[in-house]
Design a protein. Structure first.
Length: 319
């Protein structure tokens, strides 16, 4: 009796070991995939359909064996929906590990400082892996330009929420650590000024100098006379103005035409980055009220009209 039991147990164990070693070899065999391929396991998609899709894409050869292997190694209920990169010759075992780990491809969306809300929405809507629609209207200046990462299953509105939350957090922090002045009384005004600074200079070394010019002009009740605000009054951030500002533009009654109106425009004219917000709240202490391009990508600053006119003349002579 005991002898028969031992013989039977030995046979069963031998069969299990044979099957296990065979499965190990089978799972680690190279697959037929000739080059790297991206494959998506959609939420709600059956693993039977997915296995057949893998076979149709020539990633595996035996979809039924794939299903059997999933059950045998207890991965059937642990496989996660996602977007996966499968490399050439990937075997069935590595495919299963990839699906169980759920490491979807990570996508990167980099938004440059000074990008308008319309441009940001266009970028987000162009990302086909993001789902859903953006229902709410997004104000200019509400989104923080940074690099954002997302994976399969993320939504467009989710990305927008992260951008808005990041802007709120950055503005709150920088507001609490600002130099208090009599001109910028609210966070909203700081954001408006930051957006103008963002469009006026691309040099980090100049941001606080540009900020000082506008703060000084506001203190003196001078018009800002900032081209970017007047341009925004023409385009409202919907497109790039490819021509020079006209006399009609400069004489318009637009609230964004700071050649015509005093004070700040009613809203930001773009989405500024952290550095420009910080510059708006911490300007340099200067007497400058003018600046003009110097022909090298930077600007020359001056505290009186005579000096400014000389700088303008110098710039034109070097053109």
């Amino acid at each position: 009796m005991i002898r028969h039991f031992l013989i039977g147990s030995f046979i069963v164990l031998s069969v299990i070991l044979t099957l296990s070693s065979g499965l190990y070899v089978f799972l680690n065999m190279k697959g037929p995939l000739l080059q790297d391929k991206i494959i998506i396991l959609h939420k709600g998609e059956s693993l039977k359909d997915f296995s057949e899709k893998l076979a149709q894409e020539k990633i595996i050869e035996h979809p039924k064996t794939m299903l059997f292997a999933m059950r045998l190694v207890n991965s059937y209920n642990r496989i996660k929906a996602g977007e996966y990169m499968l490399h050439s010759s990937t075997g069935m075992g590595k495919i299963l590990n990839t699906l169980v780990e759920g490491k979807s491809i990570i996508h990167k969306l980099t938004i440059a400082e000074g990008t308008t809300t319309k441009q940001i929405l266009d970028r987000i809507n162009a990302e086909t892996i993001l789902t859903g629609e953006i229902e709410e209207e997004i104000p200019e200046g509400a989104l923080l330009p940074e690099t954002y990462f997302f994976t399969y299953g993320d939504t467009k509105e989710g990305i927008i929420k992260r951008m808005r939350d990041n802007m709120d957090q950055a503005l709150d922090y920088l507001w609490e650590n600002r130099k208090v002045n009599a001109v910028i009384k609210t966070k909203e005004e700081a954001l408006v000024l930051a957006s103008i600074i963002e469009k006026e200079t691309g040099l980090s070394s100049e941001r606080k100098k540009v900020s000082a010019v506008f703060i000084n002009r506001l203190n003196k009740h001078m018009k800002l006379q900032a081209d970017p605000t007047t341009i925004y009054g023409v385009t409202l951030g919907k497109y790039e103005l490819t021509r020079e500002l006209s006399r009609k533009d400069l004489a318009s009654n637009s609230p964004y035409n700071t050649y015509h109106v005093y004070g700040l425009p009613p809203t930001p004219i773009t989405n500024p980055g952290r550095a420009s917000i910080e510059a708006a709240l911490n300007p340099d202490e200067t007497n400058d009220i003018f600046f003009v391009a110097d022909g090298t990508g930077g600007h020359k600053f001056s505290s009186n009209l005579k000096e400014h006119n000389n700088n303008v003349r110098s710039f034109r002579n070097n053109q």
